[in-house]
Design a protein around this ligand. Structure first.
Ligand code: 7RM
Length: 650
């Protein structure tokens, strides 16, 4: 522990523990500390073994790692093709008839796609891209709903060595313009529209607006999905099915260098233009295959895996497309929202496909809590054997709800911490080995080295601090597209020799890690550095609260004062005084919110992360800053209206 005060005060306590069941451990890939020991003994040898056991190489590497801080090269001189790893080798090994994707459209239409069928589609689409003039190294932009063609397009790019840049289908034309222009993409793959909440949302008009301002785009490929009316520009726009019908069936996979660019994925920080995060080939694929196998304990002969993310996010890249397919998994892919036609749609899908592994976001879980336990109770969820979360800290009460009402009390939960920049999971329980504590992501995975440090960069051996990664890992970002300076400044300047993730974390007495949210969100109340996550978790531990967002707003007396925005569970009611006392009882009087506002919804990004910056603007009576990444703009208007009502206080 650092002297006098911790960098971030540790307030909450959680004593519940969940060791893996003997039954689960018995068949788990990892059931002891062997992998940890192996990685600790020789990190490079450890990753080399993963790369050779999980991935097929056309040419072996000459060197495992070349590390010239902050630039890493993994599996130097190795040659491989990602699509071949995800498809061809499974078909060659006799798994051609195995289902790769059970696709469920929102209206209820379905498609079942085997590995052989997926390979055929990808080969043909690779030829479509080639026919449009795409060659190795050209960037291709993808702007699609959650349809199988999204995976096909990504894999076809990988097959011919054209890096893709997927833009989430919920983003506006302006976001698309910025990302296409930054990447200077040559081809755009989009759809007429997709289904969302029972209606067709058009994509092609946004794509048209974008292409008018993106001179690099030569061709637009349009997947027919929504059936909505679209304008097709002669010579520029082509229907996917027309091009496919005219393309050759066979396309051999390109031999790619391990360090060739596989994709760009843009992340928007709090300031500045979106960063094109660069991921390369061999290290990335090794990292996602290794984590997908061991964190989810994937047994491809019996598991049905479902990750509810969109392919437009890194979670979709790593844990819908590349990790699961590299491992030969059978998975569910769902097009739509969780509440169409009813609030039990997800549970209906779990029952229908007998899903065994389910991976979702805390924001979704808190929404399910709001809708009530009756929804999952309508369905037989007994096929589930493992649950996962990603995207935000999961509050202990949401963890417990997930455990009881979705996992039936029997499924281990893996709370997986990672980032677009890390490429794959970094911190997580290993479900057959790690004893979990609700709300803790537990420990760094074997092969990953972290340190929680204080302001001066000194490692703390307990309490709160900044999360850093101290050694290179294979899935790490290789840079920011077109902006090498920003890469160094953003990630490698704050702490000498380490990657700074931007997150706060706490180590408890047993060495468990508790993620405390972005350090920009940490509050300073009378000199105490309090994490928003801990106060939110205290609020969510009240039986009436479904979700809470907490921010520090300027205060003349205490520096910052805690403002809380609270969403209640369906059919519940509670008053402000009760909740303030509840927080005081849970974590101490210092963390008692000065004001609590009730709200039906919280402002979130399109990937479901709470936008505390906007709530700070509201709390401090400022005009709202950049709201372009907000999923639903009406939420903050309503909050601003409510903020003009007097805040409640002692
Ligand atoms: C995968 C993803 C990254 C940020 C990261 C954290 C937060 C993600 C967890 C988490 C606590 C987790 N990529 N985060 N997972 N916080 N516990 N298990 O979300 O680039 O979009 O976001 O998300 O703040 O820095 S991301």
């Amino acid at each position: 522990m650092t002297e006098n005060h911790e960098t971030i005060d540790a307030l909450s306590h959680e004593n519940r523990r969940f060791p893996p069941s003997a039954d689960f451990s018995l068949s788990a890939h990892v059931s002891d500390g062997g992998l940890h020991d192996e990685a600790a003994a020789d990190l490079e040898a450890f990753w080399a073994r993963q790369a050779s056991e999980l991935i097929s190489w056309q040419q072996p590497w000459s060197k495992v790692l070349e590390w010239d801080l902050p630039y890493a090269k993994w599996f130097v001189d190795g040659k491989l093709n990602v699509a071949e790893n995800c498809l061809d080798r499974h078909v060659k090994a006799g798994f051609g008839d195995k289902v790769a994707i059970y696709w469920e459209g929102e209206p209820g239409d379905t498609r079942t796609i085997t590995y052989a069928e997926l390979l055929a589609e990808v080969e043909q689409f690779s030829n479509v891209l080639k026919n449009l003039g795409v060659t190795k190294g050209d960037r291709v932009n993808i702007y699609l709903p959650m349809v199988p063609e999204a995976a096909v397009a990504m894999l076809a790019c990988a097959r011919i060595g054209a890096p893709h840049s997927v833009v989430f289908g919920g983003f506006s034309s302006q976001s698309l313009i910025d990302r296409i222009n930054d990447a200077e993409a040559k081809v755009l793959i989009t759809a007429d529209g997709g289904y969302r909440r029972g209606e067709v949302f058009p994509l092609k008009p946004a794509a048209d607006e974008a292409v008018a301002q993106t001179p690099s785009i030569e061709h637009v490929v349009v997947v027919e999905r929504g059936g909505n009316e679209v304008d097709m520009v002669e010579g520029r726009d082509h229907w996917y099915h027309d091009l496919m019908a005219a393309a050759d069936a066979s396309c051999p996979p390109e031999a790619m260098d391990s360090e060739d660019l596989l994709f760009l994925l843009y992340t928007s920080g709090t300031t500045g233009k979106p960063k094109g995060i660069m991921h390369t080939t061999g290290g990335y694929l090794t990292h996602v295959a290794y984590t997908h196998r061991n964190v989810f304990d994937l047994h491809r002969d019996r598991d049905v895996y479902w990750c509810t993310a969109d392919v437009g996010w890194i979670t979709g890249h790593s844990y819908i497309v590349y990790g699961p397919l590299a491992n030969g998994a059978t998975q569910v892919m769902y097009e739509g929202v969780p509440n169409h036609p009813g609030n039990d749609r997800f549970w209906e899908i779990v029952e229908k496909y007998k899903v065994t592994i389910f991976y979702t976001a805390p924001t979704a879980i808190r929404t399910f809590m709001k809708w009530g336990a009756d929804e999952p109770a309508k369905h037989d969820l007994s096929s589930l054997r493992l649950l996962g979360t990603v995207g935000e800290p999961i509050n202990p009460e949401a963890w417990m709800w997930y455990h009881e009402h979705i996992g039936g009390g029997r499924c281990p939960i893996v709370d997986t911490w990672w980032q677009t920049e890390t490429g794959g999971i970094m911190i997580s329980p290993l479900p057959g080995y790690t004893t979990t504590k609700p709300g803790s992501a537990t420990f760094a995975l074997p092969g990953v080295d972290i340190a929680v440090v204080d302001d001066g960069g000194n490692e703390v051996d307990g309490g709160g601090g900044y999360l850093t990664l101290t050694r290179p890992w294979p899935g790490m970002l290789r840079g920011i597209w077109g902006d090498p300076q920003r890469f160094v400044e953003t990630y490698w300047s704050r702490f000498d020799g380490s990657y700074f993730a931007g997150d706060g974390a706490r180590l408890d007495d047993d060495g468990y890690l508790w993620l405390l949210g972005r350090v920009d969100d940490v509050m300073n109340v009378s000199g105490h550095r309090i994490s928003t996550t801990e106060v939110e978790s205290a609020l969510v531990s009240h039986p009436s609260v479904a979700e809470a967002a907490v921010v520090g707003a300027n205060d003349p007396t205490t520096g910052q004062a805690i403002f809380a925005y609270v969403t209640l569970r369906g059919g519940h009611d509670v008053d402000v005084a009760t909740l303030r006392d509840h927080v005081a009882a849970e974590i101490g009087a210092i963390a008692k919110p000065k004001a609590i506002f009730f709200t039906p919804d919280l402002p979130k990004t399109r990937s479901g992360k709470i936008m505390r910056r906007l709530l700070r603007d509201v709390a401090e009576g400022r005009n709202l800053g950049d709201t372009t990444t907000l999923a639903d703009a009406s939420v903050v208007d309503e909050l601003q209206r409510r903020a003009s009502e007097a805040p409640s206080e002692d």
